[in-house]
Design a protein around this ligand. Structure first.
Ligand SMILES: [Zn+2]
Length: 280
């Protein structure tokens, strides 16, 4: 292919940020931190290795995902507990915050709601930053490991991918069939996963997660949420996923409720204000 004469000049154009976030509503992190101080644990769910489990947190509560026995990646789905049509929107969260999420950033939900579902309030891997390969932790660029891509690439029938784990967990939680549950499963927040895009080919890569037992990612639930977390069969995702060869560990989800009155003045965010007339 021949290049135009001004190819280098066209490439040299400076990028601009698509969505400057100066006008994005700012989470009240100081208020959340204050409320968290007196909060008490009200629930916990152990997510078995190579499997998934559901949990619920009410608006104003906190939920924490912890690494327990060894480095383990988790695939997180989140819904409005009262309406499954409102669910985590990985792509828009990426457009707003970048490829990986950390403290002060949010899990945004699907159209037409587009409001924060949960805000990250603590990230013990926040020190990791961006490594020399362009890798970072807790991405919103991957999707979730799934049996369809495995079948496409290698003809496999593997059933403990995060997609299938999440489907089974949601079906059990809602007491519906797998066929009814599956369409609700969506692109995840890859908790503890270390990923990026290669600089030369732009390919999605993963590398051994820096997570260690005791590390955690904690969220403030902005609305009533139903969550499903899969302990990925890739374990720390250092080598492969969609297999039973990686060392895998459980993950712990804990839910904390602040003391009554400690969130005075705070309100669960309303749904998006666009009037939905779409020009007609
Ligand atoms: Zn997975």
């Amino acid at each position: 292919m021949t290049q135009p004469a001004d190819a280098d000049a066209r490439r040299a154009v400076q990028p601009v940020i698509c969505y400057p976030t100066e006008t994005l509503p700012v989470p009240e992190l100081a208020l959340y931190a204050q409320a968290r101080e007196g909060a008490e644990k009200v629930d916990e769910v152990l997510v078995p290795a190579r499997d998934a489990a559901c949990f619920r947190a009410r608006a104003g509560q906190f939920f924490r995902i912890s690494s327990l026995d060894g480095p383990q990646v988790g695939d997180l789905n989140l819904w409005n507990a009262n309406d499954l049509n409102e669910r985590f929107y990985s792509g828009k969260s990426r457009a707003l915050h970048g490829t990986h999420l950390t403290t002060g950033e949010r899990m945004w939900c699907s159209f037409p709601y587009l409001r924060p579902m949960a805000t990250i309030t603590e990230d013990t891997l926040g020190w990791y930053g961006m490594d020399q390969y362009g890798g970072s932790v807790h991405d919103v660029i991957g999707t979730r490991c799934d049996p369809y891509t495995g079948n496409l690439l290698s003809g496999s029938q593997y059933h403990h991918c995060c997609h299938s784990n999440l489907t089974r967990a949601l079906a059990d939680e809602l007491r519906v069939s797998l066929a009814e549950a599956e369409p609700h499963v969506h692109d995840v927040l890859n908790v503890f996963m270390c990923t990026g895009f290669t600089r030369d080919t732009g390919q999605y890569f993963m590398k051994a997660s820096p997570v260690r037992p005791g590390d955690y990612l904690e969220f403030f639930a902005e609305i009533d949420v139903l969550g499903a977390l899969s302990a990925c069969p890739g374990g720390d995702c250092s080598a492969e996923h969609s297999s039973d060869t990686a060392a895998c560990y459980p993950l712990l989800v804990e839910v904390f409720a602040p003391k009554a009155g400690s969130l005075d003045g705070w309100q669960s965010p309303p749904v998006n204000g666009y009037d939905r007339s779409h020009g007609r």
